[in-house]
Design a protein around this ligand. Structure first.
Ligand SMILES: Nc1ncnc2c1ncn2[C@@H]1O[C@H](COP(=O)(O)OP(=O)(O)OP(=O)(O)O)[C@@H](O)[C@H]1O
Length: 331
């Protein structure tokens, strides 16, 4: 079911500088649609247009439509659509520090999420906040609630943002490069969290990234954007194997250790070792194996990047091979 529909959207700066040039795609319930393209291609501008957060008065939607279910979001007074933006459609950003207020505690900011939409959770606000923080797999939720953003790690801040974004049970979660500033292990965990939340709650996710490695890990559908235009669009598993556009192929070829056979429905995540570790964990629950493989994977990647591929790297390859057999992925 289509939840969010972007139809021939045009965003312009001033009168004649077109930044988004007639972009169309749909975001489906329970699916992740990745909007991918190089820096400056207009990805954030599309997300900001959906959220009515265009960063300058000179930037305007000059054509097309954005529909949430059967309602248009374009050209309606802000108060009419406040219940949709921020409530039914929520957003997380690359830098949670810029979205969180640095001088206010997490609890106060969480409170504002409920107050701004006049929502009183059945079980009470505090209980709901703790539940949401736990859902985002934050250790010791009561401590997090009493903390200020600067007292948390980058990964913890992003988890707090995700729990706030999920607080009102949105139909659509827009994630604008939420893992770019994180180390690879935390990145894999956050991607796993978003994927799990989406599966558990049936949320439609619009995920913005410049990294096709991330696309390969989480996307159901992909929209490839260049210079404000869609150059290719399709199902991730198909497109990763059969990209027609040169630019898409270029982006895919930048994925480390990529081979088209990785783009199978059974093993969409076989891109980097860290993600393999995550999948290992979710499918089999072998936490010890997860740690060992994780360390080996990291070491192997470091050595490979230094041009010193050696026994460690071979062991890493071996771990991947074992994983593939377990997942019964084609080799
Ligand atoms: N505040 C602004 N005023 C005018 N033009 C802007 C503004 N912000 C961005 N742009 C322009 O809009 C275009 C698209 O920017 P956008 O931020 O959407 O790109 P992006 O694909 O999200 O890139 P990145 O991954 O670097 O964030 C760029 O050419 C940029 O120069």
């Amino acid at each position: 079911m289509t939840v969010l529909s972007i139809n021939n959207l045009q965003v312009s700066y001033g009168m004649d500088s077109h930044i988004v040039k007639g972009v169309s795609f749909d975001v489906e319930k329970s699916k992740t649609t990745c909007l991918v393209g190089e820096s400056g291609s207009g990805k954030s501008m599309i997300a900001n247009a959906v959220m009515d957060l265009l960063p300058s008065k000179k930037l305007r939607i000059t054509g097309g439509d954005i529909r949430y279910h059967d309602q248009t979001l374009v050209g309606r007074p802000a108060r009419d659509i406040r219940a949709i933006r921020g409530r039914s459609i929520s957003m997380i950003f690359q830098d949670p520090m810029s979205a969180l207020n640095p001088v206010r505690g997490i609890r106060t900011q969480f409170d504002e999420v409920f107050s701004s939409h006049n929502i009183e959770p059945e079980q009470g606000r505090r209980a709901r906040m703790l539940e949401l923080l736990e859902l985002a797999r934050l250790p010791n939720p009561p401590r997090i609630l009493d903390a200020y953003p600067f007292e948390l790690s980058g990964g913890q801040r992003q988890r707090v943002m995700i729990s706030m974004a999920m607080a009102l049970n949105p139909d659509v979660l827009i994630a604008d490069e939420p893992t770019t500033a994180l180390d690879v292990t935390t990145q894999a965990q956050i991607l796993g969290l978003i994927r799990d939340l989406q599966r558990d709650f049936g949320t439609a996710v619009l995920f913005i990234t410049h990294d096709f490695g991330v696309v390969a890990q989480i996307a159901d559908d992909v929209v490839v954007l260049r210079h404000g235009e869609v150059v290719e669009h399709g199902q991730a598993a198909h497109l990763l194997k059969n990209a027609e556009n040169d630019y898409t192929r270029e982006l895919i070829s930048a994925i480390p250790n990529w081979h088209p056979r990785h783009a199978t429905p059974e093993a969409p995540a076989l891109v980097n070792a860290v993600d393999v570790v995550k999948t290992f964990h979710t499918k089999s629950g072998e936490v010890k194996a997860l740690d060992r493989v994780s360390l080996r994977a990291k070491r192997g990647r470091q050595l490979a990047s230094l041009g010193k591929a050696d026994r460690e790297s071979r062991r890493l390859q071996n771990a991947l091979w074992v994983w593939k057999r377990r997942m019964r992925a084609p080799s």
